[in-house]
Design a protein around this ligand. Sequence first.
Ligand code: 7TS
Length: 405
Amino acid sequence: MFEQNKIRLEFPILGSSVNGNQLVYLDNAATTQKPLQVIHKISEYYENNNANVHRGVHFLSTKATNLYEDARRKLQQYINAKSSDEIVFCRGTTEAINLVANSFLRTRLNSGDEIIISAMEHHSNIVPWQIVANSVGATIKVIPINKQGELVIEDLPKLLCKKTKLVAVSHISNALGTINPIKKIIDICHAKNVPVLVDGAQATPHQLVNVTDLDCDFYAFSGHKMYGPTGIGVLFAKKEHLESMPPYQGGGEMIKMVSFTETEYNDIPYKFEAGTPNIAGAIGLGTAVEFLDDLGLEQIELYEKQLLEYLTAKISMLAGINIIGTAKQKTGILSFTLDNIHAHDVATILDDDGIAIRAGHHCAMPIMSYFNVAATSRISLSFYNTEEDVDKCISALQKVRKIFA
Ligand code: 7TS
């Protein structure tokens, strides 16, 4: 198993103190901390390799281009895509989904058509579809969930019809921690020739993802949630889709020839990477996935599962706790309410002890409505968290109850 002490040393920020206490960072679903390898790789890039990519013949530009394209291959391998041409670098999950909505979907969507999402989506996997749907008079349909926070996928075949142009669903819910049966969903949709986009923001940091095996059409994820930098993420899309899609943005990099009357677009994936990309970010993300591979995704998944079980057992013993999201298949995310204390008060009191959790609607307001709560407190785990972190959090929650008693 992990040598926790050694791993934690890779993350200098975990040694910092907050309000006189050692930081206990339990907000990993919002963003993860960065290991030294990633931090060093980024500063090394700026110290020794900085130049613009794909446009210079000089030494540094070639070096930067090679590093950037090496990073693309690392990401390809990480999710087992068939070709590195299927890896489009973008700002993150949000931009990846907007790209598909505005390029792939917009050109195929007509009035009366339908898009299917699920009841547990992050706003990033709701709003982009709504914008496109509203612009042409299409509608959004929703796969319902049950009280455990699991998708009722028996309803999916009933929702699919000739008008369905796309199904977009999260691999793992950020608000509930539910791991969705994504492979099954894809198979059901493909049997009716409906393409599927998977929002993988909460999956790629925690488990092996194999897009070839899943056979998904699109898979979106963010670097910053998987120990990489902010401002960089990936859209995986099947080659045939990327080739058929119009560009999302115009500018440099995405062209072969431009005149005042017409433009010949570049090959994929460059057709979708207009402007100077986040070069350092992509290189840093390449290092992050190497770091995750070295630790081993299977080991990470196992460890985080055990830590979630420990946390769930401990928190369940506290009076006044109501866990929101009790699916059978869960990742290390635990949302809860405590008595009728507002989630922001819970998080603020925990912060006094240096414990970072998130409070709010987690950009998943429809989920909050479904469970009839305005907000939840959310603990989200990483492999660098320990049972000691959990124990500190539980003691702080006891303190919260005493303060409000
Ligand atoms: N999809 C899911 C499932 C997410 O959890 C998030 C971010 C996004 C999309 C958007 O990712 P971005 O990197 O483009 O912003 N989720 C959270 C969260 O749970 N707390 O803060 C951000």
